[in-house]
Design a protein around this ligand. Structure first.
Ligand code: ATP
Length: 258
């Protein structure tokens, strides 16, 4: 028997005053898959992801996470849900507090979720996680400005994974990075996703990247899903003109694949 999807979003709509920025979006994300949301800037991708995480309240619609009604969750339930969800933002520079040491940035989730780990175990978890994202333990006492963009994004990924979430939102995680650095980060994400059996929502404007990384994809245009399904099928045989234009607009990936 097929398992229930980890996430279902049904008829999500977001309006700001008279502006409808997301309109009637429905999708479901299976456990262990990477689901892509692709579209040009302003098409509503981030708004959909933030509504799923309930960082933004939808105007209409429903979200379930592991069968739990996310929008009806009490503050306590929401805290428990948030622990199971991580997010990596686009801009690795803006996402890290420049006045905090890496150790404190990474330990922050443990301060919020006090029962997740204590004392010496926290330090152990930080070191192990840094190792997983390819950074040395000597990073711990240093400040974000001492790191390159790619290294900073690795710190963001480590922070997002520290509480061992089931679900990770990747909001254009490499679009602020150089192509070769971005390729390394994409491969790291793919390895971590496989190793931990993570379920991911990957937001991107790049069809080749979606083709490389995602199992399924939803294509968004002006707040609506115009096409969704198997990522390879849609990238190789798009049925919508908009999808064809997106493909034509993005250069081929350089040698990303390792
Ligand atoms: N708080 C807000 N108030 C009004 N409009 C907003 C607000 N947040 C987002 N929007 C508008 O909603 C639309 C969708 O934005 P969103 O960030 O979801 O798009 P996106 O596809 O993720 O774009 P990008 O790739 O540039 O991040 C945009 O037109 C944006 O200007």
């Amino acid at each position: 028997m097929a398992s229930e999807p980890l996430i279902t979003a049904s008829n999500l709509t977001k309006r700001y005053g008279p502006h409808t920025v997301v309109s009637d979006v429905s999708l479901s994300i299976d456990r262990g898959e990477i689901f892509g949301v692709v579209g040009e800037s302003g098409s509503g991708k981030s708004t959909v992801a933030r509504m799923i995480l309930r960082l933004i309240e939808p105007t209409e619609g429903r979200v379930t996470f592991d069968g739990i009604d996310v929008l009806a969750a009490s503050p306590h339930e929401l805290r428990m849900l948030r622990r199971r969800m991580g997010i990596v933002f686009q801009d690795p520079y803006a996402a890290l507090n420049p006045r905090m040491r890496v150790r404190d940035i990474l330990a922050e989730p443990f301060a919020i979720h006090r029962d997740a780990a204590r004392g010496p175990e926290i330090d152990q978890r930080l070191r192990a996680m840094l190792d997983e994202v390819g950074l040395p333990a000597t990073a711990l006492p240093r400040y974000p400005h001492e790191f390159s963009g790619g290294q900073r994004q690795r710190i963001n990924i480590a922070r997002a994974l520290l509480l061992r979430p089931d679900f990770l939102v990747l909001d254009e995680p490499v679009s602020a990075l150089d192509v070769s650095v971005g390729a390394q980060v994409i491969n790291l994400l793919r390895d971590l996703q496989r190793r931990h059996g993570l379920t991911c929502l990957f937001i991107s404007h790049s069809m080749p990247l979606v083709r490389y990384l995602c199992d399924r994809v939803a294509v968004m245009q002006r707040g609506q899903v115009v096409e969704q399904g198997d990522a390879l099928a849609i990238c190789d045989h798009p049925t919508q003109t908009y999808t064809q234009q997106l493909i034509a607009a993005t250069p081929e990936l350089p040698a990303l694949v390792n």
